[in-house]
Structure formats: structure tokens, C-alpha cells
Design a protein around this ligand. Structure first.
Ligand code: SF4
Length: 246
């Protein structure tokens, strides 16, 4: 797995940000996460080793982009054009970014974006119904070649059914981690899965989060077991659409 964090720091925007992992990890070093800065890795996609090969060349090609910030953050407006330039040049990779700022997407893409670039996936977070109803109509309209809805941290039941059309490749759900994690209820997860199955959209239950409720019983789940427990539930769904693509 390859990571590229061209800038670091972010500003809290919605309920899903309350216990943001960037803020939590920065707090350990008494760093202020609201101070946004360009990282030393900014130019990573074009850096080469002594043999002249790109340093960023992961197996499978997926580059998780801007995971300690939000790619469409206002504070990064002056740097984003250059980041797009690098992404444009690395069509051998697949860039995947997750945003809570899809409302800024249209003003943040380069002129030659057109109907989207094949090698860029822009994922939209919807942590509750309110944010789903606001963000997903914008997301559905946006020219993006690869769309994934991220319901993480899942903070309540969410009806995605009006938004699950053929442009959505996958829905990912998961709970919240950390000492102040809010509860994630298994019924909410199962309900999302059922919506995806009905719509023929792939579904992944990524992690339980730290406080997981199942059958009315609340469990504290240690960090190292959160992904494992979700996998053990065995509820991931691969749509025929996704199978046909592979
Ligand atoms: S948008 Fe993401 S990175 Fe930014 S504060 Fe919210 S959770 Fe953290």
C-alpha cells in the first residue's frame, strides 16, 4: 500500500470530524492539526531513485492520497494545481482520495478534467443521513470516473437507496476508533448492506470501530481486532458489476 500526503492538517467540518484521527495522532505530539502545511513528500509522485525509477510505484498501483488532510481543503488551494500536474503525469498509478468537501470539487479540478480521469477515484464520506442528503446529490452530478461512498464513522442509520445508481462502484462502512469513539450499531451496517445488494452495488464492512453494538449489546473492541472482527462477520458483497470488471 502506498501513501501520498502532499499536505498535512485539516479543519473540522461536520459530525464525522469530531474525533478525527489526524487530530488524535497530532495531539500525542502536541501538534496543532488546524495548521495546514505542505509536507516534505509533496513532490513524491515524480521523485526517482538513483536508478532513475519512480520511487512511488506500489504493487497494484493504488496510491492513498491526502490521508492526513482533505484534498479539497480551502487551505490547500494554492498547492492543488501542482498536485494535479503530478497526478496527470502518473497515469500508471491509481490515485484514491476521500473527501468531506465534495461541494468544493467543481471549483478544484483542473481545466482538462473533462468527464474525469480514469486513474483517479474520488470517494465521498457520508457519516449520517444529514450529510448523505447534502453531499450525495452533488457527488452524483460530479464528473468522476470512480465513485465510492464511505460511511465511516457510521453514526446512525443511513438510507442511501436514492443515491445508489450504476455510477457508484462500492459502499464502505465502518465504526469509529479512539478513546471517545461513538457507537456503531450492527443493524445500521446490515441495513446498508441490504440496500447495496438490492441496488447491485459492492459493499465492504471495513471495521467495527471501538464501540460496537450488536443485538443490543455494547462491545469495546480493541484497535487490533476492529478490522478482523468486521471481516469475520462475512457480510462483504461483490456486485456482478464489480466481478465483470475484473
Ligand atoms: S475532513 Fe477528515 S481529515 Fe479533515 S478534520 Fe474531518 S475527519 Fe479530519
Amino acid at each position: 500500500m502506498a501513501l501520498w500526503n502532499p499536505w498535512h492538517g485539516c479543519r473540522k467540518l461536520s459530525e464525522g470530524c469530531a474525533n478525527c484521527y489526524v487530530y488524535r495522532s497530532d495531539a500525542r505530539y502536541e501538534r496543532d492539526s488546524s495548521r495546514v502545511y505542505k509536507t516534505g513528500d509533496f513532490g513524491l509522485p515524480l521523485k526517482r531513485n538513483r536508478a532513475g525509477e519512480y520511487k512511488l510505484s506500489p504493487d497494484g498501483g493504488v496510491v492513498y492520497t491526502c490521508f492526513t488532510s482533505d484534498f479539497f481543503l480551502e487551505d490547500a488551494d494554492e498547492w492543488r494545481c501542482e498536485a494535479w500536474d503530478m497526478i496527470r503525469l502518473r497515469r500508471d498509478l491509481r490515485f484514491l482520495m476521500i473527501t468531506k468537501r465534495i461541494h468544493r470539487f467543481a471549483q478544484c479540478v483542473p481545466e482538462d478534467w473533462g468527464g474525469g480521469w480514469d486513474h483517479v477515484a474520488v470517494c465521498c464520506t457520508t457519516e449520517n443521513q444529514d450529510r448523505a442528503d447534502y453531499r450525495l446529490p452533488i457527488y452524483l452530478e460530479a464528473p468522476i470516473k470512480h465513485k465510492i461512498i464511505i460511511c465511516e464513522p457510521l453514526l446512525g442509520p443511513v438510507d442511501l437507496s436514492p443515491f445508489l445508481n450504476e455510477s457508484i462502484e462500492e459502499v464502505v462502512a465502518g465504526g469509529e476508533s479512539g478513546p471517545f469513539a461513538r457507537v456503531c450499531d450492527y443493524d445500521w451496517v446490515l441495513d446498508l448492506r441490504a440496500q447495496c445488494v438490492r441496488a447491485g452495488v459492492a459493499f465492504t464492512f471495513k471495521q467495527t470501530g471501538a464501540r460496537f453494538r450488536k443485538d443490543g449489546r455494547l462491545y469495546r473492541v480493541e484497535r487490533r481486532f476492529q478490522h478482523r472482527q468486521a471481516r469475520k462477520a462475512g457480510i462483504n458483497f461483490t456486485s456482478k458489476k464489480a466481478l465483470n470488471k475484473n
